[in-house]
Design a protein around this ligand. Structure first.
Ligand SMILES: [Zn+2]
Length: 381
């Protein structure tokens, strides 16, 4: 069965190998006539990026690229992107890349027409209502990794480079109007990015599944997303050109991000400050933290993880699932600890304080306190 389809939730998704050819049509569908393609520096000169720019140019939509985007994008990248958007007279964004390009692209489309400053829109209470919704430019999103799922998300994660905190900027109109999920764009991903991003999708599914809020739709999506990662990430890792595995991972990424409307938890609460302070890879950091977080949450999740294990054909209930996660990480070249990942002398007090104020904390099934979060972080080191 060819893995190609058009989906309409959570937004319009054109899924299938080779569908980047429809980029100009996707812009038209989103009512974009003069797009700014936003991606990160690492992707700027890659063939998948220049080919996409070629397609836009050939269709008469111009050729404009902004790639001054750090791996953990910050407010300076956002300001420069908004300037490029205004200077070029653009009317929409093609957000292209992994989490960095997608999040910064979405943020530029959001900010370009606003009069308030970026941090006024942080995802606290109803601050998103401060935005002028009519001034938000349309977005076409094109993921080139399979992990973040930001292509179907209604938020951007942005690092405040002064406070070294990852902040979430939320607005319903961050959700791209059209998404092109073309697994061929991911075949060139290096192994460690394939592993790290794939395990980010897995963390989204696991945390959403375990989060205590009532959301059965997300529950189902998270469970099937876990299965896709379990079955297909090893194949994508072993052979980057395995298009079926790449496609299934791209689905798992979108499913994880859709599912985590239900909630995230301690994995992301820890990895956000660690990533902001030590510039580690987001998905890899999540993977390193997952075994300790599972143990931390055991009293609240042993039963439902047991249910998930039956679906995933993992024997031994909760303990079997934990053993699977450790073996899975090892098979994908993931370090066992934050120290092994290269973080020496971690600033425990600061990471714990920032973790407790991270919005993901509220979705964790066991209440996080200064004391137990300290023990949890130490278990990850
Ligand atoms: Zn994540």
């Amino acid at each position: 069965m060819p893995l190609t389809a058009n989906w309409s939730y959570p937004t319009a998704i054109r899924f299938g190998a080779g569908r980047i050819a429809e980029i100009a049509d996707a812009c038209s569908a989103a009512n974009i006539k003069k797009p700014l393609l936003i991606t990160d520096r690492g992707l700027a000169d890659m063939e998948i990026t220049t080919r996409t720019l070629d397609l836009l140019e050939a269709a008469g939509l111009g050729r404009a690229l902004f790639a001054d985007v750090d791996p953990n994008p910050n407010e300076k990248n956002a300001a420069a992107g908004v300037q490029a958007f205004k200077d070029g007279g653009h009317d929409g964004v093609v957000a292209f890349g992994g989490g960095s390009g997608l999040d910064l692209g979405k943020l530029v489309a959001f900010l370009a027409g606003q009069t308030r400053s970026l941090w006024d829109f942080e995802d606290i209470g109803d601050w998103w209502t401060r935005a002028d919704a009519d001034a938000i430019a349309p977005i076409v999103a094109v993921p080139t990794t399979a992990g973040t799922g930001s292509e179907v998300g209604r938020a951007s994660v942005i690092t405040n480079s002064e406070t070294e905190e990852k902040k979430i900027i939320f607005h319903p109109k961050f959700l791209p109007t059209v998404v092109i999920c073309d697994p061929e764009l991911t075949v060139g991903m290096p192994k460690f990015i394939t592993a790290g991003t794939g395990l980010d999708a897995f963390a989204h599914c696991v945390e959403a599944f375990c989060s205590p809020h009532y959301h059965p739709m997300s529950q189902g999506m998270a469970l099937e997303g876990m299965r896709l990662v379990k079955d297909y990430l090893p194949r994508a890792y072993a052979d980057g050109t395995d298009l079926e595995a790449r496609a299934q991972m791209m689905s798992a990424a979108a499913m994880g991000a859709t599912a985590f409307q239900k909630g995230l938890g301690a994995i992301h609460a820890l990895s956000h400050p660690i990533g902001a302070m030590y510039h580690t890879h987001h998905g890899t950091t999540n993977a390193v933290c997952m075994p300790a977080v599972l143990q931390f949450n055991k009293p609240a999740i042993a039963q439902i993880i047991g249910q998930a294990s039956r679906y995933l054909n993992i024997e031994g209930g909760f303990d079997g699932f934990c053993a699977f996660v450790e073996d899975f990480n090892a098979s994908l070249g993931i370090p066992r600890t934050l120290t092994e990942m290269g973080i020496e002398n971690i600033d425990v007090d600061r990471v714990v304080a920032k973790a407790l104020s991270d919005p993901s904390t509220t979705g964790n099934p066991v209440e996080m306190t200064a004391e137990n979060t300290r023990r949890l972080l130490e278990a990850c080191c």
